[in-house]
Ligand binder design. Structure first.
Ligand SMILES: [Ca+2]
Ligand SMILES: [Ca+2]
Length: 215
């Protein structure tokens, strides 16, 4: 998930506690009041969809998944505390502090991902909700397998805590390898293009053809 330039741009989490400072919380409360057009202290899924659509590149169906994840009491409304938690997650992603956030708030993140409240996270829950923290595909599978020490295909809280410390490092490593591969492919394409140029084909041939047409 990518956080777009928006109101969050100038907000940062306190380095010690991984939460917003009091002043920033007030700013966020004022913003929440503006979104809360019915002034009932909560926002519904339509308002939530508009806000999160403007702040992130999440697709509509993903936004609804996040809504259901945050709406823990199933009221169909998101109150300020739930909104505040989401904003802290988004700020941590924007500032690339998500590893610290997950580590500091591992219990909260664990409860968010444990959708059915079974006190453990199944592979299915992880795949369904992990995108909120930029956990994707093969990296999830690999790390999930590594940290499921008991081998029951579930991460209990202890296992999750170890996972929290290590998983984003692994994700970064996979991303780095991907970037290197893209760079290698780009260099290969450039080398081929130069080869064609040296052999009198490619761009020069196209230019010659174009000139003839113009004349
Ligand atoms: Ca569960
Ligand atoms: Ca386990």
């Amino acid at each position: 998930m990518r956080v777009k330039p928006c109101i969050l741009q100038h907000l940062h989490l306190d380095k010690t506690y991984g939460m917003l400072t009091g002043k920033n919380v007030r700013t966020l409360m004022e913003y929440f009041d503006l979104i809360d057009v019915h002034q009932d202290g909560s926002i519904n899924d339509i308002q939530f969809c508009l806000v999160l659509g403007a702040m992130t590149d999440l697709k509509r169906n993903q936004i609804y998944i996040v809504f259901d994840m945050l709406d823990i009491d199933g009221s169909g409304q998101i109150d300020f505390d739930e909104f505040y938690l989401l904003i802290c997650i988004l700020i941590s992603l924007k500032d690339k502090d998500e590893k610290q956030f997950i580590y500091r708030h591992s219990r909260t993140v664990f409860e968010l991902l444990d959708e059915d409240g079974s006190q453990s996270i199944s592979a299915q829950e992880f795949s369904a909700f992990g995108f909120l923290f930029n956990f994707y595909g093969d990296a999830v599978k690999q790390i999930f397998n590594d940290f499921d020490i008991s081998g029951d295909q579930e991460l209990d809280y202890k296992e999750f805590k170890m996972f929290a410390m290590a998983c984003i490092d692994r994700q970064n490593e996979i991303d780095r390898l991907k970037r290197e591969e893209i760079e290698r492919q780009k260099r290969r394409r450039e080398a081929k293009a130069l080869k064609r140029l040296a052999a009198g084909g490619g761009t020069w041939a196209w230019l010659r053809t174009s000139s003839c047409t113009i004349v």
